[in-house]
Design a protein around this ligand. Structure first.
Ligand SMILES: Cc1cc2nc3c(=O)[nH]c(=O)nc-3n(C[C@H](O)[C@H](O)[C@H](O)COP(=O)(O)OP(=O)(O)OC[C@H]3O[C@@H](n4cnc5c(N)ncnc54)[C@H](O)[C@@H]3O)c2cc1C
Length: 363
């Protein structure tokens, strides 16, 4: 465990070393009081306990790909999660259960599962960040969610000061949500996944992916084909991190797809009558999930729409807000997000909600 930086309490002002921007994919965020790197579950717990002992606020930060940190930064201790490792907990002819340390880079894990013939994560290829962050918002893409394969989450409970295990059924997994999101209570130390031994993917559920694979929805394809095709589709949308592509300096989708009850959806259809039916998918119960990208586009915010200081909607994906210039502030990004949210509400009466976790800023 090492302190990357501890801000002096007197003397020199904030140093570039403590700038949180370099730990986020948006390259935005002001200074931290202290930054500590933890390379094992034990070190994560120790760092959190020490910070609590100093009466400091704690921010757990891993890949920084789903956070928007304010320009004032974070006054307490930032614990950088860098623990690594995967071990097989149980296996039989049909399945394998693995425990993966929180800091394990997510896409490296997905690549390993595909190479080993473990089916269940292949459609989640190319998502940036760490394994420990995937339960936080029940990471999902192309018809798969981690909630389908997670069996348990190993945690440190900051309220009780103990480590423990939360079974998947108690994680409150929902669309881009769980009991962990916006809760300071739990630190994820490791995640257990049960994967199916199979050379084939699960049934392909996402129409765009099925089309790209040349199969029907519901078909299965070789795991490596699913992974390669998802990576190709994602790259075309700027949804795979690429240091040379400013469209990937983002948090991925900035807004979640709004989930509307039937009457709200009918009202939306009326307000959008001149545009045709908004793309939508039935959800659990009598709700409808509507495409946020469509709403944003039809409200007049197309790809490349500029905000202040060089922030802009991605040129490849309407849902991604990007820091293209390099010198932008979080305030500028938030201003663009507000303009879009208010514009969509004005045009369609639907409120968009941010997908990333906002830290010391608000839209
Ligand atoms: C180009 C791009 C594409 C993306 N595509 C997708 C996508 O398709 N689907 C999707 O769901 N997401 C997507 N995302 C969002 C993001 O990659 C995921 O949410 C990812 O899981 C975040 O991981 P991270 O390690 O970067 O988390 P961070 O950004 O470091 O943290 C995110 C939140 O989780 C908390 N956290 C992180 N680790 C822990 C831990 N060990 N214990 C407790 N709390 C923790 C943090 O405090 C913070 O609140 C995309 C992002 C980008 C930049």
């Amino acid at each position: 465990m090492s302190d990357v930086y501890a801000q002096p309490t007197t003397g020199a002002g904030p140093d570039a070393m403590c700038d949180l921007a370099r730990f986020t994919t948006l390259r935005l965020g002001g200074p931290a009081g202290r930054i500590t790197t933890a390379t094992s579950g034990e070190e994560i717990v120790q760092s959190v306990r020490e910070a609590q002992g100093r009466d400091e606020q704690v921010l757990i930060l891993a890949g920084g790909s789903n956070v928007v940190i304010g320009d004032a930064g974070f006054p307490g201790t930032v614990v950088l999660v860098r623990s690594r490792g995967l071990r097989v907990l149980a296996e039989d002819e049909d399945s394998v259960t693995v425990r993966v340390e929180a800091g394990e880079p997510w896409d490296e894990l997905v690549a390993t599962t595909v190479a080993n013939g473990w089916s269940g994560l292949e459609c989640l290829s190319g998502i940036p960040g760490s394994t420990g962050a995937t339960p936080i918002q029940n990471v999902g893409a192309y018809g798969q969610e981690v909630a389908e394969t997670i069996t348990a989450v190993q945690v440190y409970d900051r309220v009780e000061g103990v480590t423990g295990r939360i079974a998947a059924a108690d994680c409150g997994f929902a669309y881009r949500s769980s009991v962990f999101k916006y809760s300071d209570r739990w630190v994820v130390l490791a995640v257990d996944f049960r994967l199916t031994r199979s050379p084939l993917s699960g049934p392909v559920r996402y129409a765009e992916l099925a089309r790209a694979l040349g199969v029907e929805v519901g078909d299965r394809v070789p795991l490596a084909d699913a992974r390669a095709t998802v990576l190709r589709l994602r790259a075309g949308k700027g949804m795979v991190l690429d240091p040379t592509d400013p469209d990937t300096r983002s948090v991925g989708s900035f807004f979640t797809n709004p989930v509307l009850d039937r009457s709200a959806y009918e009202l939306l259809r009326e307000r959008a009558a001149d545009l045709g039916d908004p793309p939508a998918w039935p959800g659990a119960g009598d709700v409808v999930k509507v495409s946020a990208a469509w709403l944003i586009d039809k409200a007049g915010f197309g790809k490349g729409h500029p905000g202040p200081e060089g922030v802009a909607i991605s040129s490849k994906h309407t849902l991604a807000l990007t820091n293209r210039g390099g010198n932008a502030s979080t305030a500028a990004l938030v201003e663009l997000a507000r303009e879009i949210r208010d514009g969509v509400h004005h045009r369609f009466g639907v409120t968009l909600h941010p997908e990333p976790v906002l830290i010391n800023c608000t839209i």
